[in-house]
Design a protein. Structure first.
Length: 341
């Protein structure tokens, strides 16, 4: 068997652990050949790939990013890939493709699968918003980075009697903001799933200052938005990949709070630092398990499916089930968070 592997979309801690696991399981247990397409689906279309043997993946378990590179592909090029999928399989001699990526990557994987290419997907996203899996690797690392940042910011906020507005990733799902905000003891958490009223945050800060707690930390997901008419904030344009360009809610909210409170409020945009660097032990283990099970599914001929974590078990679920809708923060989890601040 010849297995093709690619990583697409945004980079994520744990990608290299999946690649390493796929190679080890395929080569050691099945004497299979593995090739890695460079820069995601672009490498598949352009014929750019390299052989992946045990030496090629040595020492990459703890490395962030992806040794294969990554990119996003425009929709018309994805359609081109689907139209030529049989020729692609013959050209590279691959028996199965294992794409590793988030919602966009898995949607493309489903398109290729429907067009006739044997595909076994592996979900990844720091946003933890893929349906059908309890967790995605990279999320634990991102939450840890955001939590540590807020832990550090609390001391400087307290020293200078400031309000710190920390913007974390999460376009349409607020899992990172929810869990890092709870872990760091943030005094306010704003999620995309529930519009916030800046008046509530103003009231919270004023109550804290009245009790002698002269600082506050607010954690806000990049996709969070205010109640309509409560403050000036516009929607961004749509980029070439169909994603909304957000206008910077962290900066806008900090400005609004400073204006209303008459107290210094500083925005801190964590941005891509959340998805870089060394993956946590949890993410390394989950990524390794996903890679192992992807190879097993490929050898069983379970195509058109992806790995998923259910409880503590890794199972295979249809790709169609994974990309039907995003997994957003449910009301009961928001209620839990509200009870502690």
């Amino acid at each position: 068997m010849r297995i093709g592997v690619l990583t697409a979309g945004g980079d994520c801690p744990g990608l290299n652990a999946v690649i390493r696991s796929v190679v080890h399981r395929a080569v050691t247990n099945y004497d299979a050949e593995v090739i890695g397409f460079e820069d995601g689906y672009a490498g598949l279309l352009e014929g750019r790939y390299r052989s992946l043997d045990l030496d090629a993946v040595s020492g990459i378990l703890a490395r962030g990013g992806t040794i294969l590179g990554s990119s996003r592909l425009q929709r018309d090029r994805l359609r081109e890939a689907c139209e030529n999928v049989q020729d692609t399989a013959r050209e590279f001699g691959i028996d199965v493709l294992i794409p590793i990526g988030g919602e966009g990557t898995l949607t493309a994987a489903r398109m290729l699968s429907d067009a006739g290419l044997p595909v076994v997907g592996v979900p990844k996203t720091i946003d933890n918003d893929i349906s059908s899996t309890d967790r995605t690797f990279g999320f634990d690392t991102a939450v840890g980075v955001a939590t540590e940042a807020m832990d550090r910011l609390k001391t400087t906020a307290e020293s200078h009697q400031r309000v710190m507005v920390v913007e974390v990733m999460g376009r349409h799902a607020g899992w990172i903001a929810l869990e890092s905000g709870m872990a760091a003891g943030a005094h306010g958490i704003c999620l995309p799933e529930r519009p916030f009223d800046p008046a509530d945050l103003v009231k919270m800060v004023e109550e804290r200052f009245s009790r002698g707690k002269r600082f506050a930390v607010v954690c806000v997901a990049e996709g969070a938005h205010p109640v309509e008419g409560s403050m000036d904030y516009g929607h961004g344009a749509i980029d070439q990949f169909g994603h909304e360009r957000f206008q910077g809610i962290g900066t806008a909210l900090a400005f609004e709070l400073e204006r209303r409170l008459g107290k210094e409020a500083k925005p801190v945009i964590l941005g891509h630092i959340q998805r870089g660097g060394t993956p946590t032990a949890y993410d390394r283990v989950l990524a390794t398990r996903f890679g192992w099970h992807a190879v097993e599914a490929a050898h069983r001929g379970e195509f058109g499916r992806m790995t998923a974590l259910r409880g503590t078990d890794v199972v295979m679920v249809p790709l169609a089930e994974a990309v039907t809708e995003l997994k957003t923060v449910p009301k009961d989890r928001m209620d839990e968070a509200e009870s502690v601040f």
